[in-house]
Design a protein around this ligand. Structure first.
Ligand code: SAH
Length: 442
């Protein structure tokens, strides 16, 4: 609400208040000089241990800025660490003057040397992890409608839950866990015990057969941490029954990050539908509820076999699974002049590192261009990218280039990301990787 001056004097008063002037400041009582807590600046390398005795890692000015901008990772070039620090230790973070900044997991191999656990000066002990896990689970209790019906969720999403390098997915009464960095890998028994205590699962599977572990010097591993091999586990997505094989499926058994997008995609499905990169048919089965016929394509024979099995389980007969390279199939279909009313593109991450961004963008452009050629007027295109290296704006620009090359006008119906049980951490762009555009092609 703006105040109006009632007289010229009043106007001058307001002007002074707005811009500040000596006279205005002088009428206020002078504040007593601020008492600075006298803490001598410690000498680098001789910083005193913290309250809980962890070794201290000193961060450069640049790293301090990065932390205060919300990031949770600090690179090795930005730290000074004691010589005898082992990978996986909890360390205190201090700035060059010795001020406490937080506590973090230290990694000895990865370029990411430090991953933030807390900005508080608190003990990082078993109780700390119990609290972190409980906090993570509490979010899922809020964002998952009817968890006992659905029976699946990501319970812990790594850095975004301030549990860096730890992933925990729930499928029915079983858990699938990934410990992706030295610190969580060294504590996997602890995490298994805590999860057992908190959730009493029938089984806990370890899915550490992922390449990112190589950056941490960790080997590929999968197997049981608790209980017996669970076999295929059924869960619900909307009205569709899905199945996860926790030991041999891709990822931790399924791609839970797309759960909400798949249900939403189902809303727009109609006519002839095409689901490219279908894996176990999770998008295809949502589309099948409204579309007349769905073609579901994956390069993996195992994926298609799983898809057929899941379709049968749902008594769905209008989905045909094809084993093919989606690039070839899209080209062949567009050269044959085929048309579709609904298309889903959910490819694997084309950009795995900075060096592959250009090639990835060519890949996204190509599949989207083909899809635009194939779309009937009024049709829906659900197009996704899970490459975090390609940000929202770049992905959208690439899709636009494809649309304009295909001379199509396109409405954006929804700009979506990962499901709510995959939160992102404000200030850590790496935790926001999945993009899903729901488009209507005019
Ligand atoms: N849409 C799926 C997840 C897809 S993951 C879901 O919602 O569950 C990516 C899938 O693409 C994998 O199953 C992989 O086998 C498949 N894939 C990778 N390259 C491919 C290609 N060139 N053509 C077709 N499928 C491919």
């Amino acid at each position: 609400m703006s105040e109006h001056p009632r007289s010229p004097k009043d106007a001058r008063r307001m002007e002074r208040l707005k811009h500040g002037s000596r006279s205005v400041r002088d009428v206020r009582p002078r504040a007593a000089p601020r008492q600075r807590a006298h803490r001598p600046a410690p000498v680098l390398g001789s910083i005193q241990a913290g309250t809980s005795g962890e070794p201290t890692v000193v961060l450069s000015k640049r790293a301090v800025d990065r932390l205060s901008e919300g990031h949770a990772w600090i690179y090795r070039s930005d730290i000074a660490a004691p010589d005898k620090l082992s990978g996986g230790e909890v360390v205190r973070l201090a700035d060059e003057r010795g001020w406490f900044l937080g506590k973090a997991f230290y990694g000895s191999r990865s370029q990411i040397a430090v991953r933030l656990l807390t900005r508080e000066d608190e003990p990082v002990d078993e109780q700390f992890f119990v609290h972190r896990l409980a906090q993570a689970i509490a979010l899922r209790d809020v964002v998952r409608p009817d968890p006992e019906r659905r029976q699946a969720a990501r319970l812990v999403h790594g850095e975004a839950d301030l549990l860096p390098g730890l992933i925990v997915d729930r499928y029915a009464d079983c858990l699938s866990m990934q410990t992706l960095i030295e610190a969580t890998d060294a504590r996997r028994e602890l995490f298994a015990s805590l999860l057992e205590r908190l959730l009493a699962p029938r089984a806990i599977v370890e899915r550490n057969d992922v390449r990112v572990r190589a950056h941490e010097g960790l080997e590929q591993r999968k197997g049981m941490l608790r209980g017996e091999s669970p076999g295929p586990v059924e869960f619900l997505e909307g009205e569709v029954k899905l199945v996860a094989d926790l030991l041999s499926g891709q990822k931790t058994g399924a791609f839970l990050d797309q759960a909400e997008n798949r249900i939403e995609a189902g809303r727009y499905a109609k006519g002839r539908a095409l689901d490219c990169f279908t894996y176990g048919g999770a998008f295809a089965l949502q589309l099948a509820r409204k579309a007349e016929r769905v073609i579901a394509v994956d390069i993996s024979e195992q994926a298609a076999a799983q898809g057929r099995e899941v379709a049968a389980r749902n008594r769905v007969e209008n989905v045909e699974f094809k084993v093919a390279n989606a690039f070839d199939l899209l080209r062949a279909e567009s050269e044959a002049g085929a048309h579709y009313d609904t298309i889903v593109l959910d490819p694997p991450a084309f950009a795995k590192s900075k060096d592959t961004i250009e090639a990835a963008l060519r890949g996204y452009k190509e599949i989207n261009l083909r899809a635009f050629h194939l779309m009937s007027p009024g049709g829906a295109l659900v197009t996704c990218s899970c490459s975090f290296q390609v940000d929202d704006a770049t992905f959208e620009r690439t899709v636009l280039q494809a649309a304009s090359d295909a001379r199509r006008s396109v409405q954006v119906i929804e700009r979506r990301g990962a499901a709510k049980d995959h939160p992102t951490l404000l200030g850590v762009p790496e935790t926001r990787y999945l993009k899903c555009l729901i488009l209507r092609v005019l």
